[in-house]
Ligand binder design. Structure first.
Ligand code: SF4
Length: 173
């Protein structure tokens, strides 16, 4: 007898693998338990999104802001790495699964849903600090680049999915 719940949640990569986050930003050891355990207990299947930053700049990248990622080549990168995920979600939906939610990471320049960060204009970081003008990122009430691309691709595929942001600094989801 099949035990499929036919319920699916789509999670930002680092909810299931904190190791992709920018150095110094890991607030849990591996999996974000507060996000994942309720899904496990409710029998919800989990689709893990790719991490757009780790696959673009690797693990020695600096923390960056939304406008630094918001260029055509990077958006194409997001579209390309999301292709298999969209195909999977379409197949699941065609098989009567319900794609219940996308859980992003509020505060991220890419995976933010209701909050992202702006502020770096570019230039030599060492020179900015030397001049006493250290760059500051500020919050903005909008989505990150990757979530924006994902939302468009889901809509193009005919999938209407709720997006929720999990705050980077808050444990409850
Ligand atoms: S928030 Fe998004 S871009 Fe940042 S580490 Fe997590 S999955 Fe990667």
């Amino acid at each position: 007898m099949s035990q499929r719940s036919r319920r699916v949640a789509v999670l930002a990569h680092c909810h299931l693998n904190v190791n992709t986050k920018v150095l110094g930003l890991a607030e849990y050891a591996g999996v974000r338990r507060e996000v994942v355990l309720p899904l496990l207990e409710a029998g919800v299947g989990i689709v893990q999104l790719p991490c757009p930053e780790a696959t673009y700049l690797g693990m020695r990248r600096w923390g960056m802001t939304r406008e630094q990622y918001d260029v055509s080549a990077y958006r194409r990168h997001c579209e390309r790495i999301l292709e298999p995920t969209i195909d999977t979600l379409v197949a699941l939906a065609d098989d009567t699964c319900v794609i219940e939610v996308v859980l992003g990471v509020d505060g991220s320049p890419n995976c933010g849903v209701t909050r992202t960060c702006f502020g770096y204009a570019g230039g030599e970081i060492e020179a900015l600090f030397a001049a006493g003008d250290s760059p500051r990122a500020t919050d903005a009430p909008t989505a990150g680049v990757f979530m924006e691309v994902l939302r468009t691709l889901l809509a193009d595929a005919g999938l209407d999915v709720v997006f929720r942001g999990v705050d980077e600094g808050v444990a409850d989801a």
